[in-house]
Design a protein around this ligand. Structure first.
Ligand code: ADP
Ligand code: MG
Length: 447
């Protein structure tokens, strides 16, 4: 059973309750992590990547049990726990979410975390050496001389000097502090490390050094790692496999090379297109990810990415350019949430001191089209007449009528939650477009 992964995460969820009133009645939940699953093999680095707010840090702290998960399993097979199997109730003895105090203490030795801000793990009043040695003391090493020996050796292995032992954190640069934090994480000889954006706070000029140190250390110590980043180019440097996370879910996972050369989820494509290419002759499609990650309190229905997806599926009734379809759905959503205000457009368009009502409706409607990337005339006549009617209603402040017109535009992506598509070799994606490919249904045109 030695090929057990060191870590198996299964359907992990972390929901933060939203409460209201003096009795703190729960009125909802922020579904920060909403059912993620993956394995990490021994000696492997898995990247977890996604924009800020996708739930990466929440996933990390639930896995390492800095917070208690709401649901799911985190099975840790390190620390001499290999080869155990589930009991008759189906519970796994290696499930971190169910560890008692003693098991947790052992786990805290075997699994370590590195944070974005190295200062947060270093006490400014303690010397660097005692900060690192403290870990040994907590875990029972009483011999002071031995502690010092181990820490001095480790400081050298992370590229620092042994005599930094007696200095204080403030004497060091950000990169050096991250090296010290790494020494602190390594001192108990862990098997597994979670690194949460370990280079994001560092100067660009020293990022590469720290990443290569992480690579070297991982090999030297035989570590397994969960490496978290919002930056695809950083992930490529250190990860064997990568999991792409969006709004609490994993939308694509696979070998790093495979995901980079053959991305299957539009979100992955968009993240990849944000990486600057050093070669200007490489003409990569520039996909602009507009807006930010929606709130996990009330995530979009169906595929959670549909509100921003450049490949959002068109309904059969229309035959529009894909960019028009995207713009139409965004416009529909903004009108629905009340973010479109024709009156403020009218005000902005009217000359100073003039009565805004002198700005005619057609000017307002044209301006709305400009602001929402809608052409003067949609390429599909039936869609155009619906849009024109909606714009008429908006210009006359009949918002309800506008909403009703625009409700004619809908996409399967908001109705159906995508299942998983297997692309081979552990490469999985969750996108309706891929599902229809596999099931032999016609693929909706997207350009
Ligand atoms: P990331 O690390 O990918 O930037 P986080 O895990 O920090 O994302 O946050 C994911 C989502 O969970 C965000 O919408 C964030 O606002 C929300 N969140 C994080 N911590 C809490 C908390 N303690 N209570 C409520 N919501 C939270
Ligand atoms: Mg984070």
């Amino acid at each position: 059973m030695t090929d057990d992964p060191i870590l198996s995460v299964r359907n992990l969820k972390k929901h933060y309750p939203i409460t209201e009133g003096i009795l703190s009645k729960q009125v909802g939940a922020a579904k920060a992590v909403d059912g993620i699953s993956f394995d990490i093999a021994e000696g492997e680095t898995l990247g977890l990547v996604g924009e800020s707010g996708c739930g990466k840090s929440t996933a990390a702290s639930s896995i390492i049990r800095l917070e208690d998960a709401t649901e799911g399993e985190v099975i840790f097979n390190g620390g001499g726990r290999r080869g155990r199997s589930r009991d008759e109730n189906g519970d796994h003895p290696n499930d971190v979410t169910k560890f008692d105090d003693q098991e947790l203490k052992a786990f805290r030795r075997d699994a370590q975390m590195i944070f974005q801000d190295p200062s947060s793990s270093l006490d400014p009043r303690m010397t660097v050496g005692s900060s690192v040695a403290e870990m040994l003391l907590v875990h029972g090493m009483t011999d002071k001389e031995r502690r010092r020996e181990i820490v001095e050796d480790l400081l050298e292995r992370v590229g620092l000097e042994a005599d930094y032992y007696d200095r204080y954190p403030h004497e060091f640069s950000g990169g050096q502090k991250q090296r010290i934090a790494l020494a602190r994480a390594l001192v108990l000889n862990p098997e597994f490390i979670v690194a949460d954006e370990p280079v994001s706070a560092l100067d660009v000029s020293i990022r590469a050094e720290i990443l290569s140190l992480l690579n070297d250390i991982q090999e030297e110590f035989g570590l397994s790692m969960l490496f978290i980043s919002h930056d695809m180019s950083v992930v490529r440097e250190v990860c064997d496999r990568v999991a792409v996370m969006y709004l609490g879910e994993i939308v694509e996972i696979g070998d790093t090379d495979e995901v980079f050369s053959n991305p299957q989820h539009p979100y992955t494509e968009a993240l990849l297109s944000a990486i600057p290419t050093p070669d200007p002759s490489v003409d990569r499609e520039n996909i602009e990810l507009k807006g930010t990650v929606p709130s996990p309190i009330d995530p979009p229905s169906g595929c959670r990415f549909h509100t921003r997806c450049h490949r959002v599926i068109q309904s059969d009734e229309y035959d529009l350019e894909q960019a028009e379809w995207r713009a139409l759905l965004t416009f529909r959503d903004k009108v629905q949430t009340g973010e479109v205000d024709p009156e403020s457009i009218r005000d902005a368009l009217s000359p100073e001191d003039a009565d805004p009502s002198t700005v005619d409706d057609s000017t307002v409607k044209s301006q709305l089209r400009v602001e929402f990337d809608l052409p003067e005339q949609l390429s599909d006549t039936s869609a155009e007449s619906t849009l024109a009617a909606a714009l008429d209603a908006l210009a006359e402040s009949r918002t309800e009528d506008a909403n009703e017109e625009l409700s004619a535009f809908s996409t399967p992506c908001e109705e159906t939650e995508p299942g998983e598509t297997d692309h081979g070799n552990g490469h999985l994606s969750a996108c309706l477009r891929n599902q229809s490919k596999v099931e032999g249904e016609p693929v909706p045109a997207d350009d």
